[in-house]
Design a protein around this ligand. Structure first.
Ligand SMILES: [Cu+2]
Length: 112
């Protein structure tokens, strides 16, 4: 009897940690956002994302650019023509970034 009770209690703990089925049904899956670097601009300049989403920058220009985070949230990346790089947003917040070669090139992510 005690053994049966313990198994039941443990099962309920496992189910509780996995989350209820109705929670899984309403949670939106992570999205991939594309930001193109073209004509010395980040397009779009502002991107609204959710924590867990991935962002991919692609350089469509023939000159290299960087994707550098203000505050060092990620390490600067140099993207040559046609190259891309992805970053996963883990927490909500405001992420400003720019190109070190062309500091007038600015963009930001808003995660919430
Ligand atoms: Cu640049």
């Amino acid at each position: 009897m005690f053994r049966t009770l313990m198994i039941t209690v443990l099962s309920l703990v496992v189910i509780g940690e996995a989350g209820a089925p109705w929670e899984l049904a309403t949670a939106s899956p992570p999205r991939l956002h594309l930001i193109e670097i073209q004509a010395f601009r980040f397009m779009p300049q502002q991107t609204i994302v959710a924590p867990g989403d991935r962002i991919r920058w692609v350089n469509r220009d023939i000159v290299p650019h960087t994707v550098t985070a203000e505050g060092g949230v990620w390490l600067p990346r140099i993207l040559s023509e046609g190259e891309s790089w992805e970053f996963a947003v883990e927490a909500g917040g405001f992420y400003a970034y720019f190109c070190e070669f062309h500091p007038h090139m600015k963009g930001w992510l808003e995660a919430h």
